[in-house]
Design a protein around this ligand. Structure first.
Ligand code: COA
Length: 323
C-alpha cells in the first residue's frame, strides 16, 4: 500500500508587539493610504528585543502538536524553514528540537526565503512517502524585522515577524497530492540581503545586513511565475481550476494575490487573506495563513487546497493538499 502524508495539526504564532502603518508614518516618508492601496497591509507584528525565531517557532509548534493530538516524542523529523536563524549554527530546527524535549530524530533548517515552507513541506512529504519518517513537524518561522532597514520605505512597510507550523503524519490516503519546487539563481539580485557570514561580514556584525529589493520587477516576476505554477500543479493532477476549494497564497502583496486568484477564476472569499494583519512574514506566511483559515473553520476536512509561494533566490513552489 502507498504511503502518503496528511496534515493532522496546524499552529500559528505572532509576537504581541504590533506596528501599524500610522506608526511607520512617524518614521519614514510614507502614508497609511499608500501602504493599504499598494500592498493591502494595515499592520505587522514585530518581535521584541530578546524574542527570537526559535521562540516564535516553539509557540507555533506546540499549538500544532496540541491540535494534532500527539506528544512531541511522536515526532521523528523536524524541518524549520527560515531566513532569520537564531545563530549561524546550530540550526533553528536543532534549537527547537531541544525546546520540545525531542532527542535523536533528524532536524535541519531549509533556506528558500519566502518559499521555504513549501520547500520544507515537500521534503517532509518525501521523507514520509519513502517510509523514512512517520510523523514530521514542519515550521516556517521568521524574525524578518531583524534584516529590514527601518529607514527604507521601499521595504520596511512590507514585512513582519511570525511562525506557522504543521504536523504531517503517514497515512494510506493523501494528504499532500503533489508539490512543485523551482528556483532560478540568475534573479538573485532582484531580492536579496547582500551580506552574510562569508561576504561583507562586518555588515552582519554591525547589524546592517538588510533586504534590498527591486519592487516592481519582483512584482512582475511573481505574477508571471505564480500563474505558471498554478497551471503546472493542476496539469500534474489532471484537475481543473474549479476543483480547487481554497487558495492559500504567500502573503506578499494583495495585488499579487488577486492576480493569482484571477488566473484561477477564484472568488476572493475562497482565498485565504492574512496580509492586512500580518504583512509579509516570509517563510511563516503560508503556514500562518493555513492555520488562520483552519482555526476560523473556513477550511474543512476533505477540501482541496492550493498553497503557493515565491521569494528571494528566486524561488517559487506550490503544494496541492486534500485537507
Ligand atoms: N510609501 C510611499 N511611497 C512609496 C513607498 C512607500 N512605502 N515605497 C515606494 N514609494 C513610491 C516610490 O518611490 C515611487 O515614487 P515615484 O513614482 O515618485 O518614483 C512610487 O511610490 C511608486 O513606486 P513603485 O515601486 O512603482 O510602486 P509599486 O506599485 O510597484 O509598489 C511595491 C511597490 C514594493 C509595493 C510593489 O512593487 C511590490 O509589492 N513588489 C513586490 C514586493 C514583494 O512581494 N516582495 C517580497 C517577495 S517575497
Amino acid at each position: 500500500m502507498n504511503t502518503f502524508s496528511r496534515i493532522i495539526g496546524t499552529g500559528g504564532y505572532l509576537p504581541k508587539n504590533v506596528v501599524t502603518n500610522a506608526d511607520l508614518e512617524k518614521t519614514v516618508n510614507t502614508s497609511d493610504q499608500w501602504i493599504r492601496e499598494r500592498t493591502g497591509i494595515e499592520q505587522r507584528h514585530v518581535a521584541e528585543d530578546g524574542e527570537h525565531t526559535v521562540d516564535l517557532a516553539e509557540n507555533a509548534a506546540r499549538l500544532a502538536i496540541e491540535a494534532a493530538g500527539i506528544s512531541p516524542q511522536d515526532i521523528d523529523l523536524i524541518i524549520v524553514a527560515t531566513t532569520t536563524a537564531d545563530q549561524v549554527f546550530p540550526s533553528t530546527a536543532c534549537l527547537l528540537q531541544s525546546r520540545l524535549d525531542i532527542h535523536g530524530c533528524p532536524a535541519f533548517d531549509i533556506q528558500a526565503v519566502c518559499t521555504g515552507f513549501v520547500y520544507g513541506l515537500s521534503v517532509a512529504d518525501k521523507f514520509i512517502r519513502t517510509g523514512t519518517s512517520k510523523c514530521a513537524l514542519v515550521v516556517g518561522a521568521e524574525t524578518f524585522s531583524r534584516i529590514i532597514d527601518w529607514t527604507d520605505r521601499n521595504t520596511c512597510v512590507l514585512f513582519g515577524d511570525g511562525a506557522g507550523a504543521v504536523v504531517l503524519k503517514a497515512d494510506n490516503t493523501p494528504g499532500i497530492l503533489s508539490t512543485h519546487l523551482h528556483a532560478d539563481g540568475d534573479f538573485a539580485k532582484l531580492l536579496h540581503v547582500p551580506s552574510g557570514v562569508s561576504t561583507n561580514y562586518p555588515a552582519v556584525q554591525e547589524g546592517r545586513a538588510y533586504v534590498e529589493m527591486a519592487g516592481s520587477e519582483v512584482f512582475k516576476m511573481a505574477v508571471k511565475i505564480l500563474g505558471q505554477i498554478v497551471d503546472e500543479t493542476l496539469e500534474a493532477n489532471g484537475l481543473e481550476r474549479q476543483d480547487i476549494d481554497w487558495l492559500v497564497p504567500h502573503q506578499a502583496n494583495i495585488r499579487i494575490i488577486v492576480a493569482t486568484a484571477k488566473k484561477l477564476r477564484m472568488p476572493m472569499d475562497r482565498v485565504v487573506q492574512t496580509i492586512a494583519k500580518h504583512g509579509n512574514t516570509s517563510a511563516a506566511s503560508i503556514p500562518l495563513a493555513l492555520d488562520h483559515a483552519v482555526r476560523a473553520n473556513d477550511i474543512k476536512a476533505g477540501e482541496l487546497l492550493l498553497l503557493e509561494g515565491f521569494g528571494g533566490g528566486f524561488t517559487w513552489g506550490s503544494a496541492l493538499i486534500r485537507y
